[in-house]
Every structure is written in C-alpha cells, then in structure tokens.
Design a protein around this ligand. Sequence first.
Ligand code: UGA
Length: 429
Amino acid sequence: MRISIIGTGYVGLVTGACFAEVGHNVVCVDNDTAKINLLRAGSMPLYEPGLEEIVKNNVAAGRLRFAHTVREGVEAADIVFIAVPTPPLPDGSVDLTAIERVAREIAACLTEYKIVVDKSTVPVRTGEKVAETIRRYSKTQVEFDVVSNPEFLREGFAVHDLMHPDRIVIGVSSQRPVPPMKEVYAPFNAPIIVTDINSAELIKHAANSFLALKISYINALSVICEACGANVQQVAMGIGMDRRIGTSFLNAGIGFGGSCFPKDLSAFIAISQQLGYEFGLLREVQKINAQQMDRFVKKITDTLWVLKDKVIGVLGLAFKQNTDDVRCSPAIELCHRLRREGAILRVHDPRAMGKARPLLPDATYLDNMNDVPEGCDALVIATEWEEFKQLDLEHAKRVMAQPIIFDGRNLFDPEEMKRLGFIYRSVGR
Ligand code: UGA
C-alpha cells in the first residue's frame, strides 16, 4: 500500500518504519525541517530500541522516505495517517490545533479519493470535526473517508508493540475504507476490531485511563502493605494470577509519568465533564499518583532529616526504562523536590542524560552507574531500568558516606539488602 504519515514523533516515525518493514511504501512527513534533514542524513531524532536499524534498512530498500510538506505526503499515498502532537492545555483539555491545521492542509491538496486516518490521541468526536474541516476546505468535491485508528504502543517497546499488536482498532463511518485498512494491517497478524469512529476514539482514552487506574490501585495497596507489614509484590502476584485481573501493570513505585498517562487522564476527565459526567474515579487515580510521590519524598526526609547539602545519588531520569524520554518523568520531579530541599545530586541514566541536562543543569552527570554512590548520603532508584539490578552493591556500600538506599521501583530484594548492611526503603514492602 502507498502510505504517508504526517508527523514524525514517536508514534509517526515508529509506525512509518514498521509499515515499511512489512512491505508498504511509506513517506514520513514533518514540518520540522531540521528533523527531516536529520532523518535524511541517516540520524535518529529519538532513541527507541530497534528503530534505527529498521529505518536504515527500509530507506536503503527504497520503501521509506522523508518529506517536508503535507502535499508531498498526500500525493504519494492512498492512505494518509495523521500522527501529530495533541498536547494538553492548561485546563487539562486537548490542544487540537495541529490536527486542525493538518486537516486543512490535506483538504487543500485532495484531487482524488483518499483515506485520512487519525492516529493521534484525540477526544471523542474529533473524527467528525476532521471530516467537516476537510469537506469545508477542499476546493473540489472529491470523496474521502476519515478513519480513527488509535495507537497502543509503549515507548521503549514501540517497535515490538507495533509489530506484535494485541489488537488493531479501526473506527469508520462507512464500509469503503475497511478493506484497504485491513490490507495495511494484514501482515501484523493481529485481531482487527471494526467500530464506529466515536467508539474507536473512546477506546484509546479508556484503555490508557484503565492502565493508569491499575497502577494507582497497586500504589494504594502499597500504602496498606506498608501499614500492616505485607509485601505488595506478593499481593500483586496473588491477585494478578487471576486471569481476569492479569499480572502486568501492577508494579508499585513512585507513580506513573510520561507524555501519555498524565495527559490522557486529564483529557478524559475534561471530555467526560463536557459530556456531562464527573469522572471522580479518574480524579482519584490522579490524586493517588501525586500522593505516591509525596510519600516517597517523605520517606527520604524522614530518614535523612535535613536534606540541605546532603549528597544524593539518583539512578534513573527517564519516565520509565528503555527510553530517553523525560517528559513528565517522576524521576525528574523527584530530583526537583530533592534540589528544592538543598540536596546535591549525582545522577545517571543509561539513555536520558542528554534530555535531562537542561531540566537539571546543576546535577553531576556520571556515565557509569557504579560511579554514582561515591560519597553519597543516600542512593535513590527512580526509574525501573533492568540494568540497575546489576549495580555493584558491595562497591556502593564501601564508597557511600551512609549505606542508605531508597528504591522507588522495587528492584532489589529487601532481605538481600539487609544482609549486605544497607538501610533499605522500597515501596509497599
Ligand atoms: C502508554 C500505554 O502503555 C500505551 O499502550 C499507549 O499507547 C501509550 O501510553 C500512548 O498513549 O501513547 P507509555 O506512556 O509509553 O505507554 O508507557 P507505559 O509503559 O505505559 O508506562 C507509563 C508510566 O507508568 C511509566 O512512568 C511507568 O514507570 C509507570 N508504570 C507502568 C508503573 O509505575 N507501574 C507499572 O506497573 C507500569
């Protein structure tokens, strides 16, 4: 199929690259000239495991190219995907300016039937608005279809999630775009659910909110566990093995972050409110998430008392493992809190130090995680990177001023830490 993707952020670039990988002919478009030039020069604007190789191979094979204008994208494709940012507005609702602008730009160059697919996360009823905008701004009476096709990929696992989806959701208002959309996704061997457009749009916000709810639920349980001496990981295993609940997304910690959950929760609450429903359950999910961070900071201050001039090592800056993304990162939020109390920070992240530097300019950045503990009054684990489990704990114990570890991601075994002589505080254990 001839496909174009408007917007080469995480979703757009990974989608474009994976579509090319399964044999489609793809043009990725972005109005950020620097980004397109970078991609054309063979460099990557973001880190995502496995992506660079796929991009390089498919550019070399002639199935993937990059363009600056929506016109080039529309002319080169039968199906035009919109994957532009939909950032939050101060009141929590969604800024749809980029979607509206792209809809107008697509309208201006429509000369034959095209399928316009919205992949960005948008409020329910955006599809109707996109269709109305294209109709209004197209100079000809040319036919088109608008489709909603939400994305469920996780940063850090994006290529895997795209190549092996649990399901594909296709929201349509007529049957005409269904066969071509099924053809796009046929190589992925996943169940395809065809719905109306509003339902497809709702599925995305409902799924992310449910996952955030799961995390807040286990974080709330972690408080109970601490109060009664139970172990939240054992409780998570015990409830998760009921297949109706499932074991994933039950890791207690310092709360969820990133560019999706916080934004999508606020958006869904605002959307529900506009539709006349006060989604109190989701407000509680937000509240529990904020309290989880407060509680963790309190654990640190309760143990260290005064933070001013204390040296604290922080492992992890990204909002989760396997990514260089620090947007709405709980780890960065935690560093800011510690800095505000006057702590001196020594930090490390396997991928995110470049993006963290402008946000935390006065921390000391260390390339090797084993150099972080040197002289520290405490060490904090803020992101769930697997490789942190390989930290040389005996060395850390020797070089730290005080053997104190606050593990915000429950990476270590409390018994083992005690045996090694650490004062060790984790979450819900
Ligand atoms: C999330 C969804 O998982 C994707 O399905 C969705 O497509 C994406 O948002 C999106 O809307 O674009 P993502 O934000 O990349 O993906 O990251 P997640 O893996 O979901 O993690 C989000 C946050 O939750 C992280 O801060 C992570 O540390 C935290 N988390 C996750 C927990 O604290 N506990 C868990 O058990 C799982």
